[in-house]
Design a protein around this ligand. Structure first.
Ligand code: GLA
Length: 735
């Protein structure tokens, strides 16, 4: 392998586009909302500037929601129009806008995406849509060869606000816009990385395609190719780009159209698999400790990998419990409050494995963080019985169940519009038989979760439990529910001006009492985004887990803002009481009908899972498991990494080192060893060295790489590692 100058290639492509585009990296900016701000003649010289590729929260407007305006001033040279191939259509690209925008050029409205609160139908966000407005070059508002003003009225309905995700620009539509470049990333071993050029116009297009594959850590070339391409009208051109699945590699491709010299490009880092497959011999995984209330039905599926068929047995199994030797499901009821120590044994033709399971009969459930799936981050309100079953079946078929993934939780969107005459809640048409679904899940070794709000309405506008808490708890129990996520939402209207701690706790006490009356164990998940430091009082309302933040999105910004700020809750995590930084955002996500692959890079995904496991976070997969690719599956089935999350000691990692670029988090484990996450928050790979002394550890520590499941040796005073940009080195130290 030799070093190459990949930057040359990227430089040419940006250079070409910068000759053609009027780039708008900054704008004049003001919060508020005054109609005169749309006018070209308005004097904004006193307004501050703002960067246009980053939400305003990160630029001095923390927590600002509501209206604000961006104003761009630029000259529109007639040569831009005259030198372009088609000459008839101007493009105004405004990246993405959180949440709603209305765009004016020289005072004339040219477009809107999303809906403002004052619009008929009320507010609706379009945060995830790209804003690209096209205007005829003859549009009367355009001032050729003169100054122009684009004014953008923005409404932020919550969370991040403003223009983000790319730098806005103005340019002409050209021949190159007839070509689309798609890079399909191989999702399984049998699939191939394929780059496709699609000609969407009625004209033959010629050009040169350059593909460079490099190792982003070392900038070494893996392969490269150059090709003359003739794209017949309406036709495609495809090329495969083979790369080993364990290789960290970036594909950079540029197609330069011959006639105009304009180009399109793509640049993507491929997923790379670090973890070896589990051995053919049996290996027992999953929680080592189970909490149950006296007399509640016990339901525990032994999670184990190894060549099938597996035979499950147990030593010291209490007489009240029985074990299905074929499925590994333990059922029964224990009435005495005490710890039951059982030895699980799993056998196949290659060997056997034994492991302790402790069942603690008492008052506390979820003695390790719940693991499973939740419908929200993929299906949003479009969740249905079929979709739940498809992900459940895939969770079984793809073997996730063998690593301890257990709960199948339906989030918002299952509720019928009205209560039944006896005030009991019913499911809507998408869930024809809730009890049947519960039975099916239980029959397959899984657990069943559901969602509601203490308010009259859920966040998605569905029926909540207000004034019907006991009825709902009874219904859940009848359906076989094992887990309830209870989401504040419209309870804010009930609480009204009562901002006391007692006011925030109240609805959770009511549901706690209703759940406690049920003859089955229902894990209680509080969702109120961390208000009033919920981690301090969550145990009082018998919450097993509590959200510490607002909703997560599949971006580095969202992931890092949430994940790296879980510091003040550290001391409150313990068995049965977990801080919940929200659900996982790997795989195919979407919050609605249309799913997309997570926008996190592979290294950001390693960071996500590592950090969540260090934090002892509940692990709820938020993607369509039936479409899960090999990389995501590998990411979610590393038993050594999962064991960090499920460690029975139940401590949360502490942030030990935090500089601008590097953070080190350390978690104490039951066996006396530590799990250590060394994170690189910078935009480039880094070599990082940590001194045992700085971590409070003595000299000579054994280090084991958890993602690769490999011993790295003994290290005297310090440990050095190369950490990918936005990536992590996750190791176990000592032990
Ligand atoms: C809130 C919660 C999400 C999800 C939705 C459902 O936003 O934080 O996790 O449950 O409501 O409407």
């Amino acid at each position: 392998m030799r070093k190459i100058f990949i930057l040359t290639l990227l430089f040419i492509s940006t250079q070409v586009s910068s000759q053609q585009d009027i780039s708008l990296p900054t704008a004049k900016f003001k919060t508020g909302d005054i109609p005169a701000w749309s006018q070209a003649s308005f004097d904004d010289s006193q307004w501050p500037s703002i960067k246009t590729n980053t939400p305003w929260e990160q630029q001095g407007y923390a927590d600002y929601n509501g209206f604000a305006w961006y104003r761009f001033h630029f000259k529109l040279p007639a040569s831009l129009r005259d030198n372009s191939y088609w000459k008839d259509s101007l493009r105004i690209f405004l990246a993405k806008i959180d949440d709603v925008d209305e765009v004016f050029i020289n005072g004339v409205k040219i477009g809107q995406k999303g809906s403002f609160p004052e619009n008929s139908g009320g507010y609706s966000t379009a945060w995830n849509e790209t804003r690209e407005y096209h205007l005829s070059t003859k549009h009367p508002a355009l001032q050729w060869d003169k100054d122009n003003v684009i004014a953008v009225r923005v409404y932020d309905g919550g969370g991040a606000g403003g223009i983000f995700s790319a730098i806005p620009f103005v340019n002409m539509m050209d021949l190159i816009d007839g070509v689309k470049m798609n890079l399909h990333i191989a999702s399984t071993r049998d699939d191939k990385n394929t780059l496709t050029l699609v000609n969407n116009i009625q004209k033959k297009i010629y050009g040169k395609l350059s593909i460079v594959v490099t190792d982003p850590g070392t900038d070494t070339l893996i392969t490269q190719s150059k090709k003359d391409v003739e794209l017949v009208a309406g036709n495609n051109f495809s090329i495969n780009i083979p790369v080993e699945s364990s290789q960290r590699a970036t594909i950079s491709a540029v197609f330069r159209e011959q006639q105009t010299g304009k180009s399109i490009n793509t640049n993507q880092t491929l997923p790379y698999i670090l973890t070896p497959p589990p051995p053919a011999t049996p290996r027992i995984n999953g929680a080592k400790v189970l909490g149950a209330r006296p007399g509640s039905p016990i339901y525990y599926k032994i999670a184990a990998t190894g060549e099938k068929p597996l035979h499950y047995t147990a030593e010291n199994l209490p007489a009240e419990l029985s074990l299905d030797r074929k499925t590994g499901i333990i059922t029964g009821k224990l009435t005495e409050r005490k710890d039951y120590h059982i030895k699980l044994v799993v056998i196949n033709t290659k060997g056997n494995d034994k492991r302790d399971l402790t069942i603690k009969v008492g008052d506390v459930l979820a003695l390790t963080p719940p693991m499973g799936w939740n419908s929200w981050n993929c299906w949003g309100l479009s969740v249905s019985d079929e979709k739940v079953k498809a992900s459940a079946q895939a969770l079984i078929d793809k073997g996730l169940i063998d690593h301890g993934w257990t709960f199948m939780n339906i989030d918002d969107g299952w509720e019928a519009e009205k209560r039944q005459p006896d005030n009991m809640i019913a499911a809507n048409k998408k869930f024809p038989d809730m009890k049947g679904l519960g039975d099916w899940l239980h029959g397959n070794g899984l657990k069943f979760g559901i969602y509601s709000s203490p308010g009259p309405r859920t966040c998605g506008g569905y029926l909540g439990s207000y004034k019907n808490e006991l009825n709902d708890a009874i219904t859940y129990s009848n359906w076989g529910i094992d887990y309830l996520k209870y989401d504040w939402c419209s309870y804010g209207n009930i609480a009204g001006k009562d901002t006391s701690l007692a006011g925030y706790e109240k609805p959770y006490f009511v549901m706690r009492d209703a759940l406690q009356k049920q003859p089955r164990d229902i894990v209680f998940s509080l969702c109120q985004y961390g208000m009033k430091d919920v981690w301090k009082w969550g145990p009082e309302v018998n919450g097993n887990l509590w959200r510490t933040t607002g909703d997560i999105e599949d971006t580095w910004q969202s992931l890092s803002n949430i994940g790296f700020h879980q510091t003040k809750q550290f001391a409150y995590a313990k068995p049965g009481r977990w801080n919940d930084p929200d659900m996982l955002i790997v795989g195919q996500v979407g919050w609605g009908e249309n799913l997309h692959p997570t926008r996190l890079t592979p290294d950001e995904q390693y960071t996500h899972i590592s950090l969540w496991c260090l934090l002892s976070a509940p692990l709820l997969i938020g993607c369509d498991i039936s479409k899960m690719d090999d990389f995501t599956l590998n990411l979610l089935t590393n038993d050594e990494v999962i064991a960090v999350d499920q460690d029975p000691l139940g401590k949360q990692a502490q942030q030990i080192i935090a500089t601008d670029n590097v953070q080190v988090w350390m978690k104490e484990l039951e066996d006396g060893s530590k799990a250590l996450g060394i994170f690189n928050l910078s935009g480039h790979d880094l070599s990082v060295s940590v001194n045992w002394n700085d971590l409070g550890l003595h000299a000579n520590q054994k280090v084991h790489d958890l993602w690769r499941q490999k011993d790295l040796g003994s290290f005297k005073d310090s440990f050095s590692t190369k950490v990918a940009s936005h990536g992590v080195t996750l190791v176990k130290v000592g032990g």
